[in-house]
Design a protein around this ligand. Sequence first.
Ligand code: G1P
Length: 288
Amino acid sequence: MIRKVVIPAAGWGVRFLPATKALPKEMLPLVDKPMIQYVVEEAISCNMEQIIIVTSSGKSAIEEHFDRDFELEYLLEQKKERELLEEVRGIAELSNICYVRQKEQLGLGHAILITRELIAGEPFAVFLPDDVFDAKVSPIKQMLQVYQRYQGSVVAVRRVARDELRSYGVIEPQQIEERVYQLLGVVEKPEPEAAPSDLAILGRYILTPEIFEALEVTPPGIGGEIQLTDALRLLAQRQAVYGYEFEGEYYDAGRPLGLLQATVGLALKHPKMGPDFKEFLKGIRRQL
Ligand code: G1P
């Protein structure tokens, strides 16, 4: 059983400047909700009992978002905006969330490492809010089945174009069944010619608690940061780590073009806005 999930939300969001100068990038809207709300809802749909968000200075809007706001609720009540009121209350009732503050931006691996005491020796999940999925069965649910079969860490992977590999952790795979690979190695952000395959890690992980021992001895890697990928390589030398090629659509909402693509992709499927948005896009298409 995986009961805990870590959502790292401490990064700078440099790629979105100036939009993220005063706003955490995780609060940028994707259609009608901030990006981070999607991963919190995903965690709840997977029955995660504890959600741990790693924040940093300047990220207090995230905590506000998942908290009650009595003034706002009162205002909406006065205005008889029942639907909005339910929505706003619902967000605060989504789950019990713990916040851990990363005081220095020492990388994704470090962000995970500081949750060690809260994870307390259990296997756990990591969801990166920048990675947006649109799948019939969420990738993490697909991965949980692999975890149950093999009882080892599982990372989500997908084939990406060679020249995009330098944006990802890339695995050296040994296929063991359809869509499942054992990691012989893994490299963070390789140059395409040095990449061990075209299977990139995307932001969903199920990790065994031994990852913390690996993280503790992981030296700073690319970009001077403690990389989760480097710790996974150490872990894979001690116990089997798996990559699972999930089924579904993926958007890299960690960059402006990807966020735009995710917005269009999800807006088209939005129950209320979808049909009108589709008509709008058809009109645009005629102008292209
Ligand atoms: C992080 C990880 C990388 C992974 C990627 C998925 O990189 O370090 O291994 O492939 O997320 O989005 P970042 O996007 O933070 O540069």
